[in-house]
Design a protein around this ligand. Structure first.
Ligand SMILES: [Zn+2]
Length: 120
C-alpha cells in the first residue's frame, strides 16, 4: 500500500528542497544562516543518527550541481502537483528515509538501481 506523506512531511521536504535550491542557485547567505542555526528541517534528538543529515546532503549536492538543481526544481513541482514521494517508474511510495537523504529522489530504491544500470 502507498502511504501518503502527511502535510507536515511535505512541508519539511519542501523546506529542505528550497534550501537546496538556494544553495545550488548560489544563494549562500541562506545556507550559511541555516548552518549557523544548525537547522536541518527535521526534528532531531541528542544522539539521533539523523544529526548531521543536512551536511551530508549538501556534500552530495555539491558533487552534482546543475542536474541536481533541475531535479530539485522538479521535486518542488511534484509537491505542488501532489505527486511528490511517488516513484516515477512504479508509482510506489518512496521510503521516507530515502527522501530524507535525497529529497529530490524521483525513483524508489529498486527503480533507482535499475536506472543506474540503464535498465529503465
Ligand atoms: Zn519504483
Amino acid at each position: 500500500m502507498n502511504k501518503k506523506l502527511s502535510a507536515k512531511d511535505l512541508d519539511v521536504f519542501r523546506n529542505s528542497l528550497t534550501r537546496a535550491q538556494a544553495l545550488l542557485s548560489g544563494d549562500m547567505s541562506l545556507l550559511q544562516q541555516e548552518v549557523l542555526n544548525n537547522g536541518t528541517g527535521f526534528e532531531t534528538r541528542p544522539g539521533d543518527t539523523s544529526d548531521g543529515y543536512f551536511q551530508e546532503f549538501n556534500l552530495e549536492l555539491l558533487e552534482r550541481d546543475g542536474d541536481t538543481l533541475r531535479e530539485i526544481n522538479e521535486a518542488l513541482g511534484r509537491i505542488d502537483a501532489g505527486t511528490y514521494g511517488l516513484c516515477e517508474n512504479c508509482q510506489c511510495a518512496i521510503l521516507k528515509e530515502r527522501l530524507k537523504a535525497v529529497p529530490h529522489a524521483r525513483y524508489c530504491i529498486e527503480c533507482q538501481r535499475k536506472a543506474e544500470r540503464d535498465l529503465l
